[in-house]
Design a protein around this ligand. Structure first.
Ligand SMILES: Nc1ncnc2c1ncn2[C@@H]1O[C@H](COP(=O)(O)OP(=O)(O)O)[C@@H](O)[C@H]1O
Ligand SMILES: [Mg+2]
Length: 363
């Protein structure tokens, strides 16, 4: 059995990856302090706000590994402290963000906007700095889903985005949508250069502030917007949402091909409306089938991020503009949270094998 000394404790910490970069905690200057005494080990670990949703799990894992290595030590205390690592400016537009994630699907109505908003809300409530961009210029629904409205103000040439207050969020979450700028229905006629201009402007001219994540709600189908995005800034990757239905899966497969064509890596797949569990009887109904997205993800060698059942409150919250309240619903929260956790965990794992987003010169 190893007796606890500083070197032995450090060797345990060296086997644990920083949940942002995937690199050993000991390589990234994140071990703030190590105290080793008779019957007591106390370590303080610095973690970034980017990995906020994984802080509790990381802390539990460090504690478990220390206890396993030093079973005779009665008192093992692991404390998480904030560790700052600022985002870089991305692309020619100079957006400050660490991860830019597009949420897409092949088909409308599969719950893409609901999932995009829920990922943004989940990460923000955990303590990450998150922005949400509604790139669905044909059918913007973020303002409605979040209950936000009103024309954004312009200050010093920047658009001041409407913000959503969320418990746990370090700052209220900035959101941008064409829905704030033009009357409903008007954007539909836009084509090519106008679309490109609108998306670029919302990315470049919005006062997002420094972000851990920019989550982008994509329009269904065509690749125009994906192409524009890929030209304007480096995207970390895309999350594909689909229902378990065969037709939706076929469309999702096309969406994956579309993202791959413009060199946007696919980060994973979410199965929405996977099952309906009757609240009265507890009986399961596979309305659109079930498990199809998981199988398709396996076939296409894409990570499966999780599923969200059909739940009447999710639809009701969407209609009422209270999508954020899905996180107060014990029936919905675990599904949404586990999707966020898997997504962030996969990002760290991917960072460990390939460097994070390149920083391009700001023009
Ligand atoms: N898991 C779910 N359970 C119940 N209703 C859902 C679920 N996901 C989405 N919805 C509802 O389905 C409709 C379409 O969702 P939306 O997110 O706007 O889809 P999309 O962006 O793909 O067109 C909305 O009314 C939304 O509230
Ligand atoms: Mg939508």
């Amino acid at each position: 059995m190893t007796s606890p000394d500083r070197i032995a404790v450090t060797s345990v910490l060296a086997a644990i990856a920083d949940p942002e970069t995937g690199r050993p905690l000991t390589d990234t200057g994140q071990v703030v302090s190590t105290e080793v005494g008779a019957g007591r080990i106390a370590v303080v670990i610095g973690l970034t706000s980017h990995s906020a949703i994984l802080h509790a799990a990381t802390r539990a894992r460090i504690e478990e590994m220390l206890r396993a290595r030093f079973p005779t030590v009665a008192d093992v205390a692991v404390t998480i402290a904030p560790h700052e690592r600022a985002p870089m400016k991305l692309g020619q537009i100079g957006l400050e963000a660490k991860s830019v994630i597009a949420v897409g699907s092949g088909k409308g109505g599969v719950g893409k906007s609901t999932i995009a908003a829920s990922i943004a809300i989940g990460l923000a409530r955990a303590g990450s700095k998150v922005g949400l961009l509604d790139a669905d210029v044909y059918g913007p629904s973020v303002p409605h889903l979040l209950g936000l409205s009103g024309r954004p103000q312009i200050e010093e040439g920047k658009i001041i985005p409407p913000r959503l207050e969320l418990p746990g969020a370090p700052v209220a979450m900035p959101t941008m949508s064409i829905g704030y700028l033009v009357p409903p229905g008007e954007a539909v006629v836009w084509r090519g250069p106008m679309l490109h201009g609108a998306i670029t402007q919302m990315l470049r001219d919005t006062a997002w502030g420094p972000l851990d994540y920019l989550i982008i709600d994509m329009p269904p189908g065509t690749g125009d917007i994906a192409l524009t995005l890929s030209q304007v800034l480096p995207l970390t990757g895309a999350v594909i949402v689909c229902t378990p239905q065969d037709v939706a899966l076929l469309d999702a497969t096309k969406a994956i091909a579309m993202f791959r064509k413009v060199n946007i890596p696919v980060l994973g797949m979410v199965e929405n409306m996977s099952v309906f569990v009757c609240p009265d009887t507890g009986k399961r109904y596979d309305i659109f089938g079930t498990g199809g997205a998981r199988r398709t993800a396996q076939e296409l060698e894409i990570p499966f991020l999780g599923e969200v059942p059909i739940q009447i409150p999710i639809r009701e919250h969407g209609d009422a503009g209270t999508t954020a309240a899905n996180y107060d619903d014990p029936a919905a929260r675990p599904y949404l949270e586990s999707i966020c956790q898997r997504l962030v965990g996969n990002l760290a794992a991917a960072h460990a094998v390939r460097p994070p987003l390149p920083s391009l010169p700001v023009l």
